[in-house]
Design a protein around this ligand. Sequence first.
Ligand SMILES: [Fe+2]
Length: 198
Amino acid sequence: MPNCPSDDHCIDFPGRDQLVAMLDAAVASGDEHQVTAALRDTLCRMIRNPGIQLPDCMFEPIDDHYARRELYRSPDHGYSVVAMTWGPGQGTPVHDHCGLWCVEGVWDGRLEITQYELLERDGEDFRFRAAGGMQAGPGSAGSLIPPHEYHSIRNSNDDQVAVSVHIYKAPMECCSMFVPRQGEWYVRADKALETDAA
Ligand SMILES: [Fe+2]
């Protein structure tokens, strides 16, 4: 079985080299729209590829927060691949991605993904409207390209763990989260993003 050594850059798992080769090819495919489209397609195929199996620890939720574990960081292209493990009821507030493009796919279980449209901004106060929510199952992937990057993710299932895989342009160590204030208004706050040991 695959193990989970502590070195973030060399976690080994079945199909890892194939996954990295596919991601490298997608990332070299052009501008950010072409790259994210290619990554979306690649991620969908990876999820359905029985030869690629994530390390066992990526399926283990953490009690008090959703888990973020880095699967791979590209020394040549700079992108970062993070697996997130969502226990029942775990989720994020509305947040952005710090201006980085990202492609996200559901590997296992189901996630509720809601996109938000920015209607207005007054300093640190933001007015958002939910632009549509979807229940995403295994094999579905979507991309977020700034400025269309505001969203929330939640595992609304009562008893099933969900796992998603996220490919970021670069390691994301902080982002903005938006705390509901009144009606459609939210207040921005900085959020540091921790990485859990893999
Ligand atoms: Fe996100």
